[in-house]
Design a binder for this molecule. Structure first.
Ligand SMILES: *Cc1c(COP(=O)(O)O)cnc(C)c1O
Length: 399
């Protein structure tokens, strides 16, 4: 039977303290116990339903974690204060000094900087590989490798990871496969496809209102317990804890995620097809011209489409900048990083986050200076949006 992530979220039910239709927000950092014995047991992790201290866990964070675990089909989840606050503890929990990671070379800039510049201080090294070349991925594994890391759909060219094939490689070599699914919530279910750990930046599509940062790690109960261990859990000890009010607010936004993703995908596909037909170089997994179109189709939960991220080549950095400024002036969207907002967001990633890739390969991949990354918004009338964007492009001689 096909996995239905939105149904899993819908089937959950939480009531507030007074029968409220939303769970009550736990406005406390610490919790009382009726008996000293229960307090001791909770410290040891053996008192189900009891709370000790909110850095460890809180009711509001557990509700949100439970909903995200249901969405990804994992046993458990741990919410964190940001996407990076989920990613770095997960990696540090799995790797010790001397260990090695094989990572996609096209990953989020912060994750890349952590693996490239920070983890080596702890004597954790990383081989960055072309994640679409499975032979190179396997060849990069050595006897110290513990983790295979990738994004389901990655920056900036929306490369798609073959999760079932990567999972096979990970299992063969006893590695944990971590998939960052920030670009493709609901549309791709990495755990169903063989990933061990699924991470999201909640800051993006899942929260969808650009009002907070947040993150989550979805995994086995055993791994989530290890992250929270009072003795050696990276989330417990490094302390990137989400605030209860934010957790409650993200949970409410999560309930409309399925509707939003469908609209983001519908609008992005419409614009991608139009721009491509107009002769612009357009990168979108929903286009037949995308190198991973068939692969994405083979992995996707169909009703959610190909996502809201779209890349267009304006020809040069100057043209890209002028176009973004003009589109902002016409209120078509904002010149801003991040993604998943109701409004279209655009930025020019350039080649800055892909320094691991040799220049000739960057060219070959189509990683040029003129590319604009769009996070397409929830516009009600996307034909009107297209006509206005086309007007901007004509004005600047891009079309
Ligand atoms: C934004 C982002 C992150 C980091 O998340 P924060 O919430 O900003 O810490 C990680 N991975 C991807 C793919 C992202 O887009």
């Amino acid at each position: 039977m096909k996995f239905k992530p939105a149904d899993k979220i819908q089937d959950l039910q939480y009531f507030g303290e007074f029968g409220g239709v939303n769970p009550s927000i736990s406005d406390s950092s610490t919790y009382t116990f009726l008996s000293a014995k229960t307090m001791f047991d909770t410290f040891e992790g053996n008192a189900e339903g009891c709370y000790l201290y909110s850095r460890h866990s809180s009711p509001s964070n557990l509700y949100l974690g439970e909903a995200l675990a249901a969405m990804e089909g994992t046993e458990a989840a741990n919410v964190a204060a940001s996407g990076m606050g989920a990613i770095t503890p997960a990696l540090l929990q799995l790797c010790q000094a001397g260990d090695h990671i094989v990572s996609s070379r096209t990953i989020y800039g912060g994750t890349y900087a952590f693996l490239k510049n920070f983890a080596p201080r702890l004597n954790i090294s990383t081989a960055f590989v072309d994640i679409t070349d499975l032979e190179k991925v396997e060849a990069a594994i050595n006897e110290n490798t513990k983790v295979l890391y990738c994004e389901a759909v990655s920056n900036p060219l929306l490369e798609v990871a073959d999760i079932p094939a990567l999972s096979k490689i990970a299992k063969k070599h006893g590695l944990q496969l971590i998939v960052d699914n920030t670009f493709s919530p609901l549309a791709i279910s990495p755990k169903e496809l063989g990933a061990d750990i699924v991470i999201h930046s909640l800051t993006k599509f899942i929260n969808g209102s650009s009002d907070t940062v947040g993150g989550v790690t979805c995994a086995s109960q055993e791994f989530i317990d290890s992250l929270r261990s009072v003795n050696d859990g990276a989330n417990m000890l490094l302390g990137p804890t989400m605030d209860s009010f934010r957790a409650a607010s993200i949970l409410k936004n999560l309930r409309t995620l399925h509707i939003r993703i469908k609209q983001h995908s519908k609008n992005a596909l419409y614009l991608a097809e139009k721009f491509e037909a107009d002769g612009l170089r357009t990168v979108y997994p929903g286009l037949k011209s995308h190198p991973s179109h068939e692969l994405y189709k083979s992995m996707m939960n169909e009703e959610y489409g190909f996502g809201g991220m779209l890349v267009v080549d304006a020809g040069s950095l100057d043209k890209a900048n002028a176009l973004m400024e003009l589109m902002q002036e016409k209120n078509l969207g904002y010149l801003a990083v991040s993604l998943g907002f109701y409004k279209t967001l655009f930025s020019a990633p350039g080649t800055s986050t892909s320094s691991e890739i040799p220049e000739d390969e960057q060219k070959e991949m189509g990683l040029t200076d003129g590319i604009i990354r769009f996070s397409i918004g929830l516009d009600n009338d996307v034909e009107r949006t297209y006509e206005m964007m086309k007007g901007c492009m004509k004005e600047l001689n891009i079309l």
